[in-house]
Write a new protein. Sequence first.
Length: 225
Amino acid sequence: MRNFGNKIVVIVSLLILVIVGWGAYAIIRDIRKATGDLVSPVNALGTQSAELLNPTPTIIPDPVTVIYDVRSLSRLETIHYSLEKVITAQSNQGDWAFLFGDKLLFVAHGEVIAGIDLENLDPEDLELRDGTLYVNMPDAEVFVATLDNDKSYVYNRETGLLTEGDVNLETTARQAAEDAILEAALEDGILDQAEINAENYLVRLFRSLGYPEVIFVKDSPAVGE
């Protein structure tokens, strides 16, 4: 009987320990839950307060500083034409041409390069209004109009029976070829395309410098106000 009584005492003691332990666990779990519910709003409030007291700064570049960086690019070549022209040059082509005349056909290969000279961009040509950068860009111009001497050549030349030809005729043909190549490029709209290409390039450049909105104007930005 004594052993049986001891076993009952042990079992009852174990049950009491289990019940007490479960109760303690439940109390601790409720405390943690309540604490977590209180901490979350406090943390959120702290984050909002930190954002108000220490806001993230917005950096707006100085147009005057930017313009000096842009002008350092100097001449911005935005288009390159390669052209071919056939030029006829002649002298003494009257009734006595078969005796004293001189005539040649000159095949001219040349190139024309156009773009924007950013040295002509002044600080007053850039203005920032309401987050938009207004740019009064210089007009496009031709930088180079020249012959490619390696590809240009005299195709045919005819001289009279009594002359060795005009020594300056080929030089005259070359000069005329340069003018003709430039004129052809201008007629084809090289300056308009050079301006479009320059705007596309500068838009990407200004956006990379922190100006999301860029508008090009023909007059001074202040005039458009």
